[in-house]
Design a protein around this ligand. Structure first.
Ligand code: FES
Ligand code: MG
Length: 570
């Protein structure tokens, strides 16, 4: 089969001349005759500090592409810095995916190497690659090295939540809190906890889209450059083999991703991202699959936020392959990787080097891991909880709701000494779903009331239609679907209603008869806070975004259009 790029470059006509001539800026003379054009979709950006080093990685990819006979072409794509972008990076995930998909399709490229790191970047790149369906392989940018503060390691994200609670509880001074800031980010790379970035890199490898053994390599590690070089070579091979996402990603690949997600104790955000990627491939994947497959899997990675260690410990201890080897019987033996070989074929030589960091199957961190999917009259289409990050004593709980109509309402009232709240209360926050906020921000891990923190309370049941950071912890019921702004019953709840959570029974309910719920109308203060954007991306997003239980993609972006472009530009 001829190269796709030949549609631009082949022949003696005027258009081929134009396509070639403008690209002759130092490339070899034979660049346009039979050599695969490999795009490097690069999310490097000074405003995405976790990905700022990807230009160096791109250079190694380029070397590998050239070496294998291809032509590397750097393509800067929309980048999303989790900590900087407002109102939430998730609002822009689908935009980044759409822009990357269209630019890959519009340009004369035959294959693509995807460079991502910070939370939304790998998901958006994979969504794009699935929809344009060109040979594609990910190089994850890798986690940063562990910084220390006063002799103790700091987990990015997780320790911000912990230290800020300590300030509010009066056990850490504000000055010391600020002092820890410059110790938090020790090196290039993404968050070093098992947050969303680490999770998505590892899950992308389990899915088959990263060369096995590469994900989790720390960003400053020389071996990452070597892997990037090798991945550049591989991209050229993938074009020759016509190894596109649709040719090797199957429901078995997603099963492997879910097993990995559970065994590493990964972020709840991976659920929305995997659902969205599957939606682009037309592979049927539901919330129920995550519970059914994941709940049989033990958590083996003892990493923050659920455990003790950090990503460079994880890599030193053997990394993802060592984890997967322990649960190899749960994996789909046929699911392939970008290499053309099955994932399981890479697990033979993958020992655990430190059984404190990566537990054996016989001594797991948590017997049954995964992400539990709850249903009930509060979440007819489902909600999630990550039991490993929750408090065991709260997994079955009944308590009166204290309802907040927006995050601003929450901040205004949560520390009010007069707020009627105790340790048994259930904090409910609504208006934070995909449509309502918009963009489904990471706010579900609500800070606890100051007066309760001072009494020593460290966890409470919280319920929200938003997400939480993968670095966060607590008994948090999140991704409630439908969200309040999409007609979900969360909009009907009043302070004082009794909420009951039963994780074992997979239920989240409000103690009200159906007739009472049916008779209620959405709270006016909540409705007043729902987003009503008038123009631009936000308007497009709010009008078309789907709910969390199906991946929060835009309805018209589901599926794939392939890489065909029917018309010339001149
Ligand atoms: Fe970029 Fe955590 S903020 S990975
Ligand atoms: Mg995050």
């Amino acid at each position: 089969m001829g190269l796709r790029s030949a549609q631009w470059y082949e022949g003696q006509g005027r258009n081929a001349y134009i396509h070639r001539a403008w690209m002759r800026r130092g490339v070899p003379g034979d660049a346009f005759t039979g050599r695969p054009q490999i795009a490097i979709a690069n999310t490097a950006s000074d405003l995405t500090p976790c990905n700022a080093h990807l230009n160096e990685i791109a250079q190694s990819v380029k070397n590998g592409v050239y070496e294998a006979g291809g032509i590397p072409l750097e393509l800067p794509v929309v980048s999303l810095g989790e900590t900087q972008v407002r109102p939430t990076a998730m609002l822009w995930r689908n935009m980044a995916a759409m822009a990357t998909e269209e630019m890959l399709r519009a340009n004369p490229v035959d294959g693509v190497v995807l460079l991502g790191g910070c939370d939304k970047t790998i998901p958006s790149l994979l969504m794009a690659a699935a929809s344009v369906d060109l040979p594609a392989v990910v190089v994850p940018g890798g986690p940063m090295l562990t910084g220390t503060f006063r002799g103790k390691p700091l987990g990015c994200g997780t320790d911000v939540w912990r230290l800020s609670e300590e300030v509010r509880a009066g056990v850490l001074s504000a000055a010391d809190f600020t002092r820890s800031e410059s110790a938090m980010i020790r090196s290039r790379g993404h968050c070093n906890t098992m947050g969303t970035a680490s999770t998505m890199a590892l899950v992308a490898e389990a899915l088959g889209t990263v060369v096995p053994g590469v994900a989790g390599t720390p960003a400053p590690d020389s071996r990452l450059l070597e892997a990037a070089h090798g991945t550049g070579r591989l991209a050229v091979e993938m074009v020759a083999a016509d190894r596109r996402p649709s040719t090797f990603l199957t429901s078995g690949s997603f099963r492997n991703a879910i097993v990995a997600l559970a065994a590493i104790g990964g972020s709840t955000n991976a659920v929305v991202h995997l659902l969205a990627i599957a939606g682009r491939l037309g592979i049927e994947l539901t919330l129920a699959d995550f519970d059914r497959i994941g709940s049989r899997v033990p958590v083996l990675a003892d990493l923050l936020p659920a455990g003790r260690f950090l990503m460079d410990d994880f890599h030193r201890a053997g990394g993802l392959r060592a984890v997967l080897r322990e649960v190899a019987d749960l994996l789909d033996p046929e699911a392939l990787t970008v290499t053309g070989k099955p994932l399981v074929s890479f697990l033979d030589d993958a020992p655990i080097w430190d059984t404190e960091v990566i537990r054996t199957r016989a001594k797991p961190l948590v017997e049954h891991g995964g992400i539990a999917v709850l249903r009930g009259n509060l979440a007819p289409d489902g909600a999630l909880i990550k039991p490993a990050a929750a408090s065991p004593h709260l997994l079955q709980h009944r308590g009166p709701a204290v309802v907040f109509d927006s995050i601003e309402d929450f901040h205004a009232r949560i520390d009010d000494p007069g707020l009627d709240v105790d340790a048994d209360s259930v904090l409910v926050l609504r208006g934070c779903g995909p449509k309502g906020y918009p963009g489904m921000p990471e706010v579900a891990n609500l800070p606890l009331p100051k007066k309760l923190l001072e009494q020593g309370v460290r966890d409470m049941v919280r319920v929200c239609d938003g997400r939480m950071s993968g670095t966060a912890y607590g008994t948090v019921v999140l991704h409630v679907a439908p969200e309040a702004a999409a007609g979900g019953p969360l909009a009907l709840i009043r302070t004082g209603d009794i909420i009951s959570l039963d994780v074992k029974a997979r239920r989240i309910d409000v103690d009200l008869p159906d007739s009472e719920l049916a008779a209620r109308t959405p709270a006016e203060a909540a409705v007043a806070g729902f987003a009503t954007p008038q123009r631009g991306w936000e308007r497009l997003y709010v009008e078309h975004v789907l709910q969390a239980d199906t991946g929060a993609d835009l309805d018209f972006l589901l599926g794939s259009s392939g890489s065909q472009v029917s018309r010339e530009s001149h």
